[in-house]
Design a protein around this ligand. Structure first.
Ligand code: F6P
Length: 498
C-alpha cells in the first residue's frame, strides 16, 4: 500500500514484515516515479529475474550469483551435497549430544571467520538470540573471532576449554590469512589438552566452498559443510556460513529467517516501483548520491539487537558498489556507492549526533526502528518497564529524524538552531522476529543490487581488496627477515623498529 498524501506528506510503503517511510526525503512518489523512468535500464526486469533465480552473471569472477537460491533450509541442506549435515550438527550441538574427544559435552562454539564469514553470522546470532528454540537441553555459548592480530582470542581463550569447545572455521575460500592465523593460534592452544588428531576429529567444523582444502586441512567429511562458489561472501549468511546463527536459535528459527528473506525476494520481484521497498531504497540512494551529491549514508538502528547492522552494511554496500569501473570493465565517471557508517542510534545521540545536527557536513541516514517488543521471560513489572524503554527508543528515533529534516530556527540564540534538510529514511518493523530480520537484510541486499545495475557496475566482485593483501605479504617477508626489500622511508623505519 502506498500512502501518497501531499497534505500530510506521508510517503510510506507497508508490507507484512517490513515498512519504509520516506516522508523525510523531500521526494514525492511522482518525482521518484519520474526518476525511476530515467534511471532503471530497460533490461532491469530481466536482470532482477536472473538474480532471483541464481542466473545473474558475475562476469569478472566467471560464475553466477546464487545467494537467492539459499532462501530455504531445504536448499541450504542440498548445497551440502544433499546430506543433512547442517541440521544434524545443529541438533547435536544444541542438545548437548556432541561430545568432545575426551567425552565431555561441548559448551562453547567459536566462529573463526572474517568479512562475510563473520559479520552476517555475528549480527544474526546477536539479533535473534531471544528466539532460540527452547529444545536445547543445555546452554551453548557462541563466540566470534575475526581479528587478524588475535585481539579477540586474547579475550576468548581464557574463558573456554579445549575439551568443551568446537571451532567453526568459516571461510568461503578457506585461504584467508586472517582466519588461518587465528586457527593456527587456536591449534597451538589446544595442545595442552588434546592431540591434533583429537582436535580435528571432534572439535573442528569447516564451512567453505572449497571442499578439497577442508579435506587437506584434516577436517573429517562429516564435519565439512559446503556451499556454492556462486554465493558471495557478503551474501553468505543464508548459507551454511550461517551455522552459528542456527546454533544460537535452532535450525527451525534459522529457517524462519530464510523465509523472511524469501518474502522480500517475492516482494522485490512483484511489487510495482512505488510499492517496492528495495527499489525505492535504491532510487532514493541514487538520487541522494547523484543529484544531491551526498557521499555517505549513516545506518542508525534504534534497537540494541541490531547494533551490528552498521558494520554488516559496510561490507554489503561498500564492498559491492565502491567501484570506478563499469560492469564491462570501462572507467565510469559518476559517483557510485556511498560511504556507509553509523552506529546504535540512541548511543550515537550522545556521541556523533551533535555534528549531524549542527556540523557542516551533508549526510543521509536510515533510521531503523522496532515498534513493539515482547519480553515474556520477565516478571510483569520488568516487562512493563522494558516496554517503556522500547517506546523511549522509538520516540527518540522519531524526534531526531524529524529534527534532521525540519531543522529548528532559533533567532534569539543561534547556538540552539538546527540546520535541518538532511534526508532520511525510516525502516521499521512491528516486532523484530527471525522473519522480519531476514526481510530487512534481504531488502538491503536488493537495494545494493539495484544500485549496481543503475550504475552499471558488477556488485559481486571485490578486486580492490587484493592489492593490499599482496603488499602485506611483501612487508611481512621483510619483517620476518626473509627478504631485504626496501619500500619507503616511513615504512622502512617502522619495520626496523620491529
Ligand atoms: O577480502 C575480502 C573478502 O574476500 C570478503 O569478500 C570475504 O567476505 C572475506 O574476505 C572473507 O573471505 P573468506 O570467507 O573466503 O575467508
Amino acid at each position: 500500500m502506498v500512502n501518497n498524501n501531499p497534505a500530510s506528506s506521508v510517503y510510506s510503503v507497508e508490507m507484512e514484515l517490513l515498512n519504509l517511510d520516506y516522508s523525510f526525503q523531500g521526494l514525492s512518489p511522482d518525482e521518484l516515479a519520474e526518476f525511476a523512468q530515467k534511471k532503471l535500464p530497460a533490461n532491469f526486469e530481466s536482470l532482477r529475474h536472473q538474480l532471483l533465480n541464481g542466473e545473474f552473471e558475475n562476469k569478472t569472477e566467471n560464475r553466477k550469483v546464487s545467494h537467492c537460491l539459499n532462501r530455504s533450509i531445504h536448499n541450504v541442506v542440498k548445497a551440502g551435497n544433499g546430506k543433512n549435515r547442517f541440521t544434524e550438527i545443529v541438533r547435536q550441538l544444541r542438545s548437548g549430544q556432541w561430545l568432545g574427544a575426551t567425552g565431555k559435552v561441548i559448551t562453547d562454539v567459536v566462529n573463526i571467520g572474517v568479512g562475510g564469514s563473520d559479520l552476517g553470522p555475528m549480527m544474526g546470532s546477536f539479533a535473534l538470540k531471544e528466539f532460540a528454540d527452547d529444545n536445547s537441553l543445555h546452554t551453548l555459548h557462541t563466540h566470534f573471532v575475526s581479528s587478524m592480530d588475535g585481539g579477540q582470542l586474547y579475550a576468548v581463550l581464557p574463558i573456554i576449554d579445549p575439551e568443551t569447545t568446537v571451532f567453526i572455521i568459516a571461510s568461503k575460500s578457506f585461504g584467508t590469512i586472517d582466519t588461518l592465523a587465528n586457527v593456527n593460534t587456536v591449534k597451538a592452544w589446544t595442545k595442552s589438552k588434546l592431540t591434533e588428531q583429537q582436535w580435528l576429529e571432534r572439535h573442528v567444523i569447516g564451512v567453505s566452498a572449497n571442499n578439497q582444502t577442508m579435506t587437506d586441512f584434516g577436517i573429517p567429511p562429516a564435519q565439512q559443510l559446503s556451499f556454492a562458489d556462486s554465493v558471495g561472501g557478503r551474501f553468505s549468511l543464508w548459507s551454511a556460513i550461517g551455522l552459528s546463527i542456527a546454533l544460537t536459535v535452532g535450525a527451525n528459527q534459522f529457517g524462519k529467517m530464510l523465509d523472511g528473506a524469501k518474502a522480500i525476494d517475492d516482494h522485490f520481484a512483484n511489487a510495482p516501483v512505488l510499492e517496492n521497498i528495495p527499489l525505492l531504497l535504491a532510487l532514493i540512494g541514487v538520487y541522494n548520491r547523484e543529484v544531491r551529491e551526498i557521499n555517505n549514508l549513516a545506518i542508525l538502528p534504534y534497537d540494541g539487537r541490531l547494533r551490528y547492522l552498521p558494520s554488516y552494511m559496510q561490507q554489503l554496500d561498500m564492498e559491492s558498489n565502491g567501484k570506478q569501473a563499469s560492469y564491462d570493465n570501462k572507467s565510469i565517471t559518476t559517483p557510485t556507492g556511498p560511504i556507509i557508517w553509523g552506529g546504535y542510534g540512541p548511543n550515537g545521540q550522545h556521541a556523533f549526533f551533535q555534528h549531524l545536527h549542527q556540523g557542516w557536513d551533508s549526510f543521509t541516514a536510515d533510521f531503523i526502528a522496532v515498534l513493539h517488543r515482547k519480553a515474556p521471560n520477565f516478571s510483569e513489572d520488568v516487562q512493563r518497564s522494558l516496554r517503556e524503554q522500547q517506546r523511549l527508543a522509538v520516540s527518540n528515533c522519531l524526534a531526531h529524524r524529524k529534527l534532521m529534516w525540519e531543522g529548528f530556527q532559533s533567532h534569539q540564540d543561534p547556538r540552539n538552531a538546527y540546520v535541518g534538510g538532511h534526508p532520511t529514511n525510516l525502516l521499521y518493523v512491528d516486532e523484530l522476529t527471525p522473519q522480519s530480520f531476514g526481510a530487512l537484510i534481504a531488502a538491503y541486499e536488493h537495494k545494493v543490487f539495484t544500485q549496481g545495475v543503475i550504475w552499471d557496475i558488477n556488485s559481486f566482485d571485490q578486486p580492490g581488496v587484493e592489492k593490499g593483501k599482496k603488499c602485506a605479504v611483501e612487508i611481512l617477508e621483510v619483517i620476518d627477515g626473509n627478504a631485504q626489500e626496501t619500500f619507503d622511508p616511513s615504512t622502512d623505519s617502522i619495520i626496523k623498529r620491529m
